[in-house]
Design a binder for this molecule. Structure first.
Ligand code: ZN
Ligand code: ZN
Length: 69
């Protein structure tokens, strides 16, 4: 099981890790060891784990008639 492909992010030939999520080969610079994923997936799951960033239906003007007097 020889790894000869270059890092798929920077194209350098020193691949040290395989991303658990997208299975792309990345070098140590583009691998986030905290999460065990490439930096792209690490950024992606960080986005997903921040529900504050997702606008909820609180601000939506469509269904306000439940609060009408
Ligand atoms: Zn790289
Ligand atoms: Zn990845």
């Amino acid at each position: 099981m020889s790894v000869s492909s270059p890092c798929e992010i920077c194209n350098r030939a020193d691949v040290d890790h395989v991303c658990d999520r997208c299975v792309q080969l990345v070098c140590s610079r583009h691998f986030d060891e905290d999460v065990g994923l490439c930096i792209e997936c690490a950024a992606a799951i960080e986005d997903e784990s921040q529900p504050q960033n997702i606008p909820n239906s609180d601000d939506m003007p469509d269904g306000v008639d439940t609060y009408r007097y």
